[in-house]
Design a protein around this ligand. Structure first.
Ligand code: HEC
Ligand code: HEC
Ligand code: HEC
Ligand code: HEC
Ligand code: HEC
Length: 419
């Protein structure tokens, strides 16, 4: 990859955005049980997962067993947190707990009236419990009716504890690690599938017939992992994203996590140099710590920038070059423009070349991450086209959040020995 002249991103194409486009929207079909493989689920685990994650919406919990206390009967994360404070404290800091944040809420509040089927499809991953659905579809004639069990507070919790752990009020979790003396909610069903990557695939992998561009699914994290050395070594999503079973799920929005994802090295320039020589340096970005492509989705972008600085630390005019790591599509997701993501274990070499106009120069390199690059444009487009209507305030908030999410993971200034 070669660093390119920085050109103005043509944001004008924003008007092409379809009203409710979402990068992740087309994966609603059920993810099929995978064949047994070393790192994949055993047949028993696959069976469990097929039952645990069936359909778009998790079936209604029904009524709690009579011997449950009100606390045990609650589906609310804060109530689970009374007895499971560690998981609750972790979960609250994550995007799973904010999966019904302003970006999603602002879109689905409008859709709810105009296109409830699409809204339900979004909630499949963002708020999947029946008790989180405001509307239900009559099986007989397909009409949408108010859901008497709807709990707006619970919907606001997004991907809440119960979505992963509770079915018909019964708790499911990984096998206990120690002896537990006390027991609540009638104990729990121990399932080794909780420790497998396949547990996450329901929402982090599109089915084979999901939306794809250039022959590549829009969401392919599980398959990327399956093709990597991590899968061969039995290193699951949980090993990196839930170390010691912690409910952390850090990803592209977390500077510390992203610094662990890649190793960046700069080689060259060959000192000493002469005025008039062309400086050449190679910036290598190695995906050394990500169990899938870096980054896995179309929404983030990673900007690698290099430029010359003069003795006063001022940029040398015209010397700034930029390469972008990510997958770029048209705003309506109909066409892929480029895909420079780095597969697990792979690297890219980015070449910086520029003539040296004078002595006393430095080469400055910076790598910046914009986790919500796509969404920033998308929200701006929604607001400009005036289509956000009822969800406008939420979309405005989502735009601010997206703009604030970028950070720098690498900075280096090399002094050049120019004679
Ligand atoms: C009244 C206290 C209490 C409440 C409320 C409660 N739990 Fe539990 N939970 C326990 C106890 C006690 C255990 C068994 C002890 C252990 O192994 O951690 C347990 C076990 C579990 C397990 C299995 C842990 C493992 O090792 O796999 C899961 C999962 C779980 N609870 C989830 C939940 C969720 C989700 C909620 C809220 C919807 C909830 N619990 C509410 C007390 C509670
Ligand atoms: C996205 C799905 C998901 C959500 C949401 C979630 N968990 Fe878990 N939870 C898991 C998985 C997966 C494991 C097992 C991790 C492993 O085996 O490495 C787990 C493990 C547990 C355990 C056993 C921990 C231990 O140390 O043995 C408890 C208890 C638990 N979760 C409670 C909760 C509570 C309470 C919440 C909400 C505050 C919650 N979980 C939210 C997926 C989830
Ligand atoms: C297959 C699961 C899945 C479905 C279905 C889905 N999403 Fe997402 N969504 C995700 C995941 C995973 C992310 C985080 C990765 C990313 O940013 O692309 C996400 C991120 C987002 C974000 C950015 C983060 C935020 O909270 O602001 C928005 C907005 C969003 N989705 C809206 C929607 C809408 C609207 C729909 C329905 C048209 C939808 N999603 C359907 C899985 C899904
Ligand atoms: C029920 C659907 C669902 C399941 C199951 C699920 N996730 Fe997620 N996950 C989401 C959604 C939706 C988001 C985006 C939330 C948002 O930003 O609005 C997300 C976000 C994330 C992120 C943060 C991404 C970022 O942009 O920084 C990580 C990491 C993650 N999930 C890992 C996991 C792992 C590991 C598992 C399995 C243990 C898992 N998820 C299971 C739906 C799910
Ligand atoms: C070897 C450790 C490792 C494994 C295994 C791993 N991840 Fe990640 N993951 C990372 C790191 C590091 C990041 C941050 C860099 C990035 O975003 O690519 C990340 C980022 C993410 C993100 C943020 C979105 C994005 O565009 O990158 C999601 C979602 C995610 N992982 C889900 C998963 C799921 C699901 C699995 C299992 C199928 C998994 N991860 C396996 C290390 C890992």
């Amino acid at each position: 990859m070669v660093l390119k002249n920085v050109i103005e991103d043509s944001l004008s194409s924003i008007s092409l955005i379809r009203q409710w486009a979402c990068v992740c929207l087309l994966g609603a079909a059920f993810f099929p049980a995978m064949a047994a493989q070393e790192a994949g689920p055993t047949p028993q685990e696959a069976d469990f997962l097929a039952r645990h994650w069936q359909g778009d919406t998790i079936p209604p919990q029904g009524s709690p067993p009579k011997d449950y206390s009100p606390l045990e009967s609650s589906l609310s994360a804060a109530d689970c947190g009374v007895c499971h404070p560690r998981q609750y404290a972790d979960w609250k800091t994550t995007l799973h707990s904010r999966a019904m944040g302003p970006g999603v809420a602002g879109q689905t509040v409008v859709m709810r009236a105009s296109d409830p089927a699409t809204a339900r499809m979004c909630w499949r991953c963002h708020a999947p419990l029946t008790e989180q659905q405001p509307l239900l579809q009559e099986p007989v004639d397909g009409t949408w009716v108010e859901n008497p069990a709807f709990d707006a507070g619970l919907q606001h919790q997004g991907l809440t504890c119960a979505a992963c752990h509770v079915r018909s009020y019964r708790r499911f979790g990984p096998p206990a690690r120690g002896d537990s003396e006390s027991s609540a909610h009638g104990g729990f069903s121990a399932q080794t599938a909780f420790g497998k990557s396949a547990f996450c695939a329901h929402c982090h992998q599109f089915p084979p017939d999901g939306h794809a561009l250039n022959g590549k699914l829009m969401e392919n994290t599980y398959n990327e992992w399956l093709a990597s050395d991590y899968a061969r070594r039995g290193i699951q999503c949980q090993n990196c994203h839930m170390p010691d079973r912690r409910h952390l799920w850090r990803g592209i929005h977390d500077p510390k996590m992203v610094k662990k994802a890649v190793t960046i090295t700069v080689s060259g320039p060959q000192n000493p140099l002469k005025v008039g020589d062309t400086l050449e340096a190679i910036i290598r970005v190695l995906n050394s710590g990500t169990g899938h492509h870096f980054p896995t989705y179309v929404t983030p972008k990673v900007f690698v920038q290099a430029q010359l600085l003069d003795a006063a630390g001022e940029p040398v005019a015209g010397s700034l070059r930029e390469a972008i790591i990510g997958r770029e599509t048209t705003p309506d997701l109909s066409r892929e423009i480029y895909d420079t993501r780095i597969a697990a274990g792979d690297f890219v070499d980015i070449t910086y070349a520029h003539p040296l106009p004078s002595p006393g120069l430095h080469l400055q390199i910076e790598v910046r991450v914009e986790p919500d690059h796509f969404y920033e444009r998308f929200y701006r487009g929604l607001l400009e086209s005036g289509t956000a209507q009822k969800g406008r305030a939420a979309i405005e908030q989502a735009l601010v959040n997206a703009q604030l999410s970028s950070f720098v993971i690498f900075e280096q200034t090399l002094s050049l020995d120019i004679r």
